[in-house]
Design a protein around this ligand. Structure first.
Ligand code: HAM
Length: 423
């Protein structure tokens, strides 16, 4: 019986993992400069947490959630996203005590049962931040700045930041009514999903991928025309802060977002050239969410992006990422006596954090030298019969061919030579 990996998932193979390390390390470095601290939450949560926050009618909950019942009949779900779990943890751990503002970031796998395609997986890896505690429009812009600086800092150029305001629940109601009046005459022509959306959440129709629905939705009224005064002001201020931060954006009044919890600012970073799944990241403000899941009325804003699409974009722009590390030194021994002598030193060298390779199953000097060259090691450290007698070894620069004899005692001299690339 041969097993295969579940559809929509992937292995990160050793050749790939340095790239992942790099993008993750850059993300940590940047968000920590903004004062964000990491939060890790479980991979599964009560299913109801997502139903309440993302919305029962959202595709994420309705069609894509990995739900399961545990042995005691409790309903859980593999997390489809990170915002609701972070909000749950914020409430449960009383993070509102003391300073109200909390800056949190997270990294980890999310799960959505969707049709896999380029840039869309059933298990995917998100990076994200959540700023909880203030409705100040500066923070909307700050969160966007983090995302923008992260992506441009990695070298990406073909990015487009799209911005919208979906208003507060009050203006949303008016907008939903306007959408219903617009779609009413076409109700029978909409797909079955959109007919349901018409009742519960008409703006979801704008996100429908069915051609006929898209055609009908071409001339819908836009949300921005239905914002109340305070939502208009908030939106204008976010834009002013973005201008101050010199972050270019375009207004796209058709951004809906797939999750229900958004209020006011909604944004996406789009990257053309990686296929249909072109949203590198997305987010926005979610002022009602914390109260909705049992906390106080505390405003918040954040974003998340998927590393898979990010890596596709980096590849598209041919931005070099690190490959598998090469050894600093490759140990070569001739005869069993040399092996016995060198092994304790090999351990000491590695203990100093020097990447040293040794392949004792290759016997001849020629085979070992070939392996050293193939590994692209900087040095070979060779111990033959002559060196055994002197308790020393030859350090050879594999590029220049230059070599020098080092005594193994004290080993610190050889270690220094390797670390400082003395030859
Ligand atoms: P989202 O737009 O559903 O938002 O997902 C954010 C990002 O995750 C997407 O832009 C995409 O890069 C990646 N992503 C989503 N689904 C998949 C998939 N099936 N395969 C690969 N990548 C995927 C959220 O998740 C919100 N929690 C963002 C947020 C944080 N809003 C406020 N705070």
């Amino acid at each position: 019986m041969q097993y295969s990996i579940p559809r929509g998932t992937y292995d990160i193979l050793p050749e790939e993992s340095p790239k992942w390390h790099k993008v993750i390390a850059e993300f940590r470095k940047l968000v920590e400069a903004y004062g964000y601290a990491e939060i890790l939450t479980p991979i599964f949560e009560q299913a109801d947490l997502f139903e309440r926050s993302s919305g029962k009618s959202s595709d994420v909950v309705k069609k894509e959630m990995y739900r399961f019942t545990d042995r005691k009949g409790r309903e859980f779900a593999l997390r489809p996203e990170g915002t609701a779990p972070v909000a749950r943890s914020y409430i449960e751990n009383r993070m509102d005590i003391g300073s109200l503002n909390k800056k949190l970031y997270y990294l980890g796998p999310m799960f959505r049962y969707d049709r896999p395609q380029a840039g869309r997986y059933r298990q995917f890896y998100q990076y994200g931040v959540e700023f909880i505690g203030s409705n100040h429009p500066y923070y909307d812009a700050e969160v966007i700045a983090i995302l923008w600086n992260y992506l441009t800092g990695l070298g990406l150029k073909k990015l487009r930041l799209e911005l919208n305001s979906v208003g507060c629940p009050n203006c949303s109601k008016d907008y939903d009514k306007a959408l219903q009046s617009y779609f009413q005459p076409y109700l029978n022509q909409l797909c079955p999903d959109c007919q349901e959306r018409f009742e519960r959440k008409p703006r979801r129709i704008l996100d429908c991928k069915v051609k006929e629905c898209q055609e009908i939705a071409k001339n819908v009224p836009v949300q921005l025309d239905y914002l109340d005064t305070s939502c208009i002001e908030h939106f204008a201020e976010v834009q002013q802060y973005l201008d101050l931060m010199k972050i270019p954006f375009t207004i796209n009044p058709r951004i809906v977002r797939g999750l229900d919890y958004y209020t006011n600012t909604a944004f996406e970073v789009i990257y053309e050239g990686i296929g249909a799944q072109n949203a590198l990241a997305g987010g926005g403000r979610y002022n009602g969410l914390i109260e909705q899941i049992g906390g106080k009325n505390i405003p918040a804003v954040g974003f998340a992006g998927g590393f898979e699409r990010l890596l596709l974009a980096l590849e598209e722009e041919a931005i070099a990422l690190p490959g598998h590390p090469v050894p600093e030194v490759f140990i070569i021994t001739i005869g069993s006596e040399a092996q016995k002598i060198i092994i304790p030193y090999l351990n000491i060298i590695r203990g100093k954090g020097i990447y040293a390779e040794y392949e004792p199953d290759r016997a001849s000097l020629k085979a070992q030298l070939k392996a050293a060259n193939n590994s692209k090691a900087f040095y070979a450290l060779i111990m033959g019969e002559e060196e055994v007698k002197q308790k020393s070894a030859i350090l050879k620069n594999l590029e220049s061919g230059e070599q020098k004899l080092y005594s193994l005692e004290p080993i610190s001299h050889l270690i220094k030579a390797i670390q400082n690339k003395e030859i």
